[in-house]
Each structure stands twice: as C-alpha cells, then as structure tokens.
Write a protein of this length. Structure first.
Length: 570
C-alpha cells in the first residue's frame, strides 16, 4: 500500500503518482497503516454524537463540488515537469486550430458571391439586383429605364444611369443618386470611391469630383480637367489641367492638397498614402531634337527617373506601389522604390498573376494598369508575349514554359501549378518552382479537342470533343460523360459542369450536370439560358408554365436555389 504525503490519499502498490494532487507516492509500513486507521476512527468518533444524545449544533453542510476549482487545485499540485508537458500539449493544439482556420482553405479570389447583377423583371415595372448568395432587392419603378455604366473591380456595386441622365451607385441594398449628367466614370481599384467629370462653375470645362460610396458624399477636386486617375482607397487623385497649350498634371492628396507634377506628363498611378506618384513624361533631346518617353516616380516632392526609354503601356504594381513591372528597351523590368530596374524577361508584358485580390483598369490615355493587392510581386507568374516566368525574387525570373506552341493553359486557384495542352497531349506541372517536373496526364491524339474546363487544383478536367463530353482525373483514361452535348457551363468551385443533351424541345431544355466525373444527373427542367457570370456564380433561367417569364436559379453542384425573381424571357 502507498500513501500520498501531501493529501493523505491511499493507493495500491502499482500506483506511482497521486491521482488527486499529482505528488509521487511513498510506501506505507504496517505500523503507519495502523496509525492511519486509528486516526481515521478517532475522527469518526469525534464527529458522531452519542446514540440518543441531542446534537448541540447542526452538522455543517457539505460543500458542492466545483469543477474549475478542483481542476485549478490539481494543476497547482502538479510537478513543474508535468505543468510544462501539459502547457506544450495545449500550445500544439492551439497552433493546429489556428493553422486549420487560417491556412487550411486558401481563398480563391476569382469567386466573389457578393458580386451583384442587375435584371429586369417580367412585367417590366421593376428592376432587381441580386448576388451569388441569393440575396435580392427590388430597386426601381417603370418610370425610369436603368442601364449599367460601370462595374466595380470587386463586382459588389455598379454605376448605373436612368433615362434622365441621373447617375446612381447600385448595391445589394439599392440605389443611391450621386451625380447628374456625368461622364468618364472611374472606380478606385479598391472599389470604395468613384471619380467622374461633371459640369462645374466654369462654362468652358468639366470639373473633377470624387464620390465616396460609404459616406455617400461627393467632393469637388478641380475645374477644367482632362484625364485623371484615382488611388485604390479613393483618397488621392491625379489629373491633367488642359487649360494651357502644354498640359500640366497635378496630384491632389486627400482631395485638397494640390502639388504640381509637371508639363507634358501623364499620371499612371498614385499610392494609398499619396506619397508615390508614377507618371510618364515626353522629353526632347536638346542636341538632336529626338523625342523620348520616360517613366518617373514622384516621391513626396522629389522626382526620380526610373527609365529613359519606356516602350510599354502596361504596368503591374503591388498593393502599396513600391514595386512595378513594365517594359523598357524591349525587356520586361521590375523596379523597387524607383531604383534601377532589374531585367526579368524578354518580350512584351501581357500580365502578372498571383494568389491575391487584384484590380485592372485602363486610364483615359490608354495605359493598362493592374494592381495586385499583395505585399510583394515575388512568387507571381509573369506572362510575356511568348513565355511564362516564375518571379523567384525581385531581381530574377525563371522561365517556366515556352507558350508559343501551347493550345490551352490553366493555372490552379493558388497559381502554384499549371495544366496545359501541347501537341494533342495534356501536361500537368504540380509546382511552378520546378518546371522540369512535368507529367503527361492525357493523350488526346484520338480526340478532336474543342474546349477544356479544369478543376481548381488542376487534378481533374472535362473536355469536349465532337460534341461529346469527357472527364479525366489523375491521368486516367478519358471517361465518357455524355454524347451530343451543347452549351456547357462550368462551375470550378464545385467541379460541376452543366449542359444540355436534348435539343428537341426548342428553346427550353432540361439542364444536366456532372460533378466530379459522375454520370448525367438532371438538375433543372425547361431551362432557357445558363450563365457563369451573373452574381459571381453559375445561374440558370427556367421557363415558367405560361412561357411569359423565366425564374432565376443559382446553381451549386446538383442543388439549385430559386432567387424568386421573374426575368424577362427574351
């Protein structure tokens, strides 16, 4: 027999630690055992009154057990080593939970179920706005005709106008009027503001305004404005004053502090803090009179020339505009903080792709600008006119693939893998960092490839050949899904493809689906149209019984959700 020296609890010989307080147990001799028994009997005699004798005072009430107090007492009684072990286990569990929540499911930035769409109801007396979650709202009456003017980069709002040239911001909550007879509307890349031109106090020019969508307020920035740009957060603008023969451009920080950029300059982008302004400048050589286009950075009030031989109208920035990729002297280059640009690749710049939100827009002067909302452009895929490159650091890019003979190319949702068709074969590159490790996953010599739809991770894909639909997964032989299909619509978030297989019913046909390569399953009857862009998710229009209108459904795998909007059937 063993006894705990701390709490007095007794245990059998095979127990080494006290289960109450965690103290190591000691062996108890027979003499000690007798003493323990006598002491226990004495305590019982003292506590119990004699038989028949009245009790002088009531016995104290027993304490209710408290789980947390007992647990704390047990923890305090544990040895230092046991406490350290328990703390380590708890830390591992917490880290595992954080990793699962934060890293377990990487976001696919190509799908936004908050993106909205505008539809006219069947009776033409109201418009509806809805999003990919099925939320919808009736927004206007028949007295006004609404047309879409501009879609926000995130798709969650629209600039629309009515038949009286009144301009509104349309969200899932409804319409908000903000301008009359405006023009040249431009969303900020972050979709928080809209810059536009409208009539000002002076009769001979248009004034520049900025409307903040959250505060629902417009601020007038300047009169007689030509071209302009706006920062991602909508707090700063640059514009060209066209009142002089030689146009002059300015930056207006916080929409009120104006700083001159220079003559014959065109703004390209301005950072969210307003300190960084990229612009081009047309210069003339004093010796031979030749003209050159330079690319420059205005940092605060200090100007710096990044390159003297710009031959690019495409620019790609990171989110704070400290990094920019452009073409100069027939090479694709990357500059950090306006410093000497590094050469990454040859050819024309087509784009850069990274697993992050992005916004692309074209300035009124024709410059194509893309802002990737990531801290760095490192790790992105650089696409030139003939090849693909991996940006392994801010000074070098490794060639991944010669794209000249590529028939079809897809990237995984995190842009870490590639799937491409070359010479009637399908190849899978699991890691763009190791472009030499490529696996042929399908031989399509016996097929006439018309179109291919890939899953988010590129491990499976559907393809159409001679109006037949096939499915391939993990390099296995193509599996026939359906013959004589037409008008397919693919949802890569659920790996489901929708299609019609019977055209005998005229305009309305049954819609079928195949998910993860399974055989045909009827999803919806009498469908007149499918679309993969409405509201950021696939949708279908089902014909009503009297053929006067169509009902709008959101597709999610084999399941459908009736948005309960009656859309014009035309």
């Amino acid at each position: 027999m063993k006894k705990c020296s701390k709490c007095g609890k007794e245990f059998t010989d095979e127990i080494s630690f006290c289960t109450v307080c965690g103290t190591p147990l000691e062996e108890v001799t027979e003499l000690q055992a007798e003493e323990v028994v006598k002491a226990a009997e004495a305590k019982v005699d003292q506590a119990a009154p004699a038989q028949g004798a009245p009790s002088s005072e009531a016995a104290p009430a027993a304490k209710k057990p408290n789980f947390f107090t007992d647990l704390l007492a047990k923890f305090k009684a544990m040895s230092t080593k046991s406490k350290a072990l328990l703390g380590g286990i708890c830390a591992i569990v917490i880290l595992a939970i954080v990793a699962i929540c934060c890293l377990g499911g990487k976001k696919d930035y190509r799908v936004n179920k908050n993106a909205i769409a505008l539809v006219l109801d069947a009776d033409a007396d109201a418009y509806f706005v809805y999003n990919g979650k099925g939320q919808h709202k009736k927004i206007a009456g028949a007295e006004k005709t609404i047309t879409r003017v501009l879609t926000a980069p995130n798709g969650e709002s629209l600039v629309v106008k009515d038949d009286e040239d009144n301009y509104y911001i349309l969200t899932i909550k409804g319409l908000t009027k903000f301008a009359e007879e405006g023009s040249r509307f431009t969303y900020s890349a972050g979709s928080s503001a809209v810059a536009y031109l409208a009539e000002g106090k002076k009769d001979d020019g248009l004034a520049l305004y900025v409307y903040n969508i959250k505060s629902k307020k417009s601020v007038k920035v300047a009169d007689e404005v030509g071209n302009f740009i706006i920062s991602s957060n909508g707090k700063h603008v640059c514009y060209v004053d066209e009142t002089d023969d030689d146009p002059v451009s300015y930056v207006v920080r916080n929409l009120k502090n104006k700083t001159k950029i220079g003559k014959n300059t065109i703004p390209v982008a301005v950072s969210d803090n307003g300190r960084l302004v990229y612009f081009t400048e047309l210069t003339t050589d004093k010796k031979d009179g030749s003209a050159a286009l330079t690319f420059n950075l205005l940092k605060g009030n200090s100007k710096k020339v990044i390159t003297k031989d710009l031959n690019s109208d495409t620019f790609v920035f990171n989110k704070n505009l400290t990094q920019v990729i452009f073409k100069s002297d027939d090479k694709i280059r990357l500059s950090v903080n306006g410093k000497e640009p590094a050469s990454l690749a040859k050819g024309s710049l087509s784009g850069v792709f990274l697993n992050a939100e992005s916004a692309s827009f074209t300035t009124k002067t024709g410059y194509s600008v893309k802002i990737i909302f990531a801290n760095t452009l490192k790790g992105g895929i650089l696409v030139s006119s003939d090849s693909l490159y991996y940006i392994k650091n801010l000074k070098n890019a490794d060639k991944i693939l010669n794209a000249e003979s590529i028939g079809s190319l897809s990237a995984s949702y995190d842009y870490k893998a590639l799937l491409y068709v070359k010479d009637d074969n399908v190849y899978y590159m699991p890691n763009i960092k190791n472009p030499d490790k490529v696996k042929k996953v399908a031989d399509l010599d016996d097929y006439d490839l018309d179109q291919i739809w890939t899953s988010r991770d590129l491990k499976s894909f559907y393809f159409e050949s001679d109006d037949n639909l096939y499915y391939v997964k993990n390099g296995r032989k193509p599996k026939l899904i359906c013959e004589d299909v037409f008008s397919a619509c693919y949802d890569y978030t659920t790996d489901t493809i929708y299609y019609y297989k019977d055209y005998s019913n005229g305009d309305a046909n049954d819609l079928y689906g195949s998910k993860n390569g399974r055989k045909n399953k009827k999803v919806l009857k009498k469908v007149v149209d499918t679309d993969s862009t409405r509201g950021g998710v696939p949708t279908a229009l089902r014909e009503s019984k009297n053929d006067d209108y169509a009902e709008l459904f959101i597709l999610n795998g084999y399941r459908t959700k009736n948005v309960k909007i009656k859309v014009e059937n035309n």
